[in-house]
Design a protein around this ligand. Structure first.
Ligand code: SAM
Length: 320
């Protein structure tokens, strides 16, 4: 069997994407390939935070549509970039060898880096958390600027696990403002998973920066996935803020221009967004440059009361 055939066999047996299948192949004992691949896949880390807009449930659909990952992307040469990483559902699905992750949310990026570099100390600290409403409110009220990176990470994970619906949202001052949750026994310290993540992040660079910085590093053959804050479908739809600044119409247009520039450079580019008229309009303008717009149906909870649950159409833009 050739290497290509072996990778395909792993991919089909375990119903996983091609990039991750290649990684599994490189790690597995070739004398018992399928058995050992199963063991490696069983050890795969999961995202450590629940993030509004998380992509986990959509990935299989993207794959079935043959849009993800890009078929011609060679993960042994090209690098993976995720400049709006959030909870990192796509990164954790692909687990590429070489990756550059970034986000404008400083506490989130600090947490990724603490997990990467200092996981044992973090686990110790997480185990010390109490769980009741008064304690939660005290932790939430702490001034993040006064905390060490380790304390920031411990607070971030605790709040995400203990808050209502486990979601992340900040007010206009950038302060976390989700109320106390109703789960009596949330799993605050998933130490096994945190250690797996720490290992998986070893060759990964995680930076606090604006998405445009990707233009400085990306080159031909790299794969860039953009998952920006979604443009609201209507003026009344709930808006969830991840950072104090939000993401305006002008930001969406600038992002479209960055998308096109990377595409012209020879990168593989993929972007998700809402099915808002603005998004369709601005990406339709670059269809002549070989850009495709595909629609996907997502079952998604869009607000905390649950009244916004149901099927929503989302857009996937690709240059391949
Ligand atoms: C839709 S979420 C990403 C969700 C993620 N794909 C997941 O699976 O969890 C958008 C992310 O963009 C970040 N963000 C907002 N404006 C940004 C900017 N100008 N540059 C980089 N990141 C930004 C937010 O902090 C948030 O984490």
């Amino acid at each position: 069997m050739t290497i290509k055939q072996s990778i395909r066999e792993i991919q089909e047996t375990f119903d996983i994407n091609a990039i991750y299948a290649r990684r599994v192949f490189s790690l597995a004992d070739k004398t018992k390939l399928i058995e050992d691949s199963g063991r490696i896949i069983g050890e795969k880390p999961k995202p450590f935070v629940k993030w509004v807009g998380g992509k986990r449930q959509l990935l299989k659909q993207f794959r079935l549509m043959n849009l993800y990952p890009p078929e011609k992307f060679d993960s042994t040469k090209g690098r993976y970039f995720e400049p709006f990483v959030g909870g990192g559902a796509v990164f954790f699905d692909l687990l590429p060898e070489k990756a550059f992750l970034s986000d404008l949310n400083l506490e989130l990026v600090t947490t990724y880096n603490v997990i990467k570099d200092d996981v044992e100390k973090l686990i110790k600290l997480l185990k010390k958390h109490d769980h009741n409403k008064e304690y939660f409110l005290n932790v939430r009220a702490k001034k993040v600027e006064k905390l060490s990176p380790l304390q920031v990470a411990s607070r971030f994970i605790y709040l995400n696990r203990a808050c209502f619906n486990g979601m992340y949202r900040v007010n206009s001052k950038g302060e976390f403002n989700v109320p106390f949750g109703d789960n009596k026994k949330p799993l605050i310290c998933d130490e096994v998973n945190l250690r797996k993540i720490s290992k998986a992040l070893k060759n990964v660079e995680i930076k606090h920066q604006d998405y445009k910085q990707v233009l400085k590093k990306a080159r031909k053959g790299d794969f860039i996935y953009f998952d920006p804050p979604y443009h609201p479908v209507s003026k009344t739809s709930t808006f969830t803020s991840y950072t104090a600044n939000g993401f305006s119409e002008k930001d969406q247009i600038e992002l479209r221009d960055v998308f096109l520039e990377l595409s012209n450079r020879g990168c593989f580019v993929m972007l998700s967004n809402s099915n808002a008229p603005l998004i369709i309009e601005i990406y339709s303008e670059i269809k002549k440059d070989g850009i495709r717009i595909s629609k996907v149906e997502a079952g998604r909870a869009i607000n905390s009361k649950g009244s916004g649950r149901g099927k929503v159409i989302e857009v996937l833009v690709t240059n391949y």
